[in-house]
Design a binder for this molecule. Sequence first.
Ligand SMILES: C[S@@+](CC[C@H](N)C(=O)[O-])C[C@H]1O[C@@H](n2cnc3c(N)ncnc32)[C@H](O)[C@@H]1O
Length: 403
Amino acid sequence: MDDVTRAVRAMYEEFPYPAGAPMVRVASDVRLLLGRGRIAPPAGRPLRALDAGCGRGVGVLGLATLQPDVQFTAVDMNRVAIEEARAEAARRGLGNVQFAEVDLMTLEGLEVPEGGFDVVYSSGVLHHLSSPARGLELLRGVLAPHGALVLMVYARHGREPLYRLVRAIDAIAPRTLPLRDRLAVGRALAASEGADALRAGPWADATTVNDVEFVDRYLNVNEVSYDLDEVFALAEGAGLGVLGWCSPGDWDVTTVIGAGPLADQVRALPARAQHRVVEQLAWRPRFELVLGHAGNGPRPPLEREDLEDAVLAVSPEVSIEVRTRNLHGAQRTESVSLREGASASTVLAGPLGMAALLLRDQTLPFRGRAVVSELVDLGLDRTAAVDVLEELVARRALFSPHP
Ligand SMILES: C[S@@+](CC[C@H](N)C(=O)[O-])C[C@H]1O[C@@H](n2cnc3c(N)ncnc32)[C@H](O)[C@@H]1O
């Protein structure tokens, strides 16, 4: 193990990341991710995923709970965190996740299934490696040809206020001091009333975050961050192509400047230039990308004329919420709404709500045509029924899994 890696391990073993309970992250469903690439996974065997740098396992434990038919391998070099995650998996009776102590700078000891992992997750890890480029190259080596690699690394511009506090702490309490001494200085600086430069954008909470989060953010012994061009270069340098953003809406310029002539002007620019505009205008503290092998490009978006023939499924990342009221001898549906991940829910009016109600219990993939027919039976004309399907795909409530 190299010296930088050893220092990173000591820090995370003292402050295993993150504090908190298992959770499910956006864009982490294995089938949804595989549906982003052109190449289908082979049929007839369970899907296999690797969490590379799982920490205390809060991500992978959520994933393994929700996807019991997927086999998860979770690795980290942090022995304290791995033990804790293993015990928590046993406590929850999870038989589909195994943990191992592995240094991502070598991958020694990692059991790679034949053909590679279908999905590799690397969330908040690569930027702490002594060589992120080498680490990503190694992960590409264990990714199946059809595989999807979810990469989250820090975005430099979106973290600028955070780096101000880092530089102030470094100036007062150099990195050679024990971590706990530096923590005390950092806490005091963060709480200073006049330190208003720190409290910009999403960084207003420096005084209230727990010690684990504080150390990870402000006292990290090894961290790099990227701008947009650098993160794409990192991926390409490792022989990976971009299948898309985990949350495409975050990088859509209309999310920042709204629709209108200015947005139209920006949208006439190449995609990367549009994303650069978002990077500069809005707080984006991280890049979250879905990557694939260069030979596995992004799947083209579904066109309207293909919708009826397409195999579709309800996205596991949306919830369809129905409000009902009990009346005497009957029940009235008052509203149907759709919620993606942790975002606020949107009420669906008219035919959209009708379709969402139909789809709520649809747990297996189906042909678009089947939904169109059901909507026609309920009184919609065919064009309106296809409109509804198109809208649900655009809202990412429906996706097209590989058969
Ligand atoms: C910020 S935490 C992220 C943990 C987890 N992915 C999550 O999102 O909750 C970074 C993790 O990367 C691990 N890590 C850093 N360098 C590593 C290396 N070379 N090999 C294995 N794990 C490493 C650390 O031990 C730590 O658990």
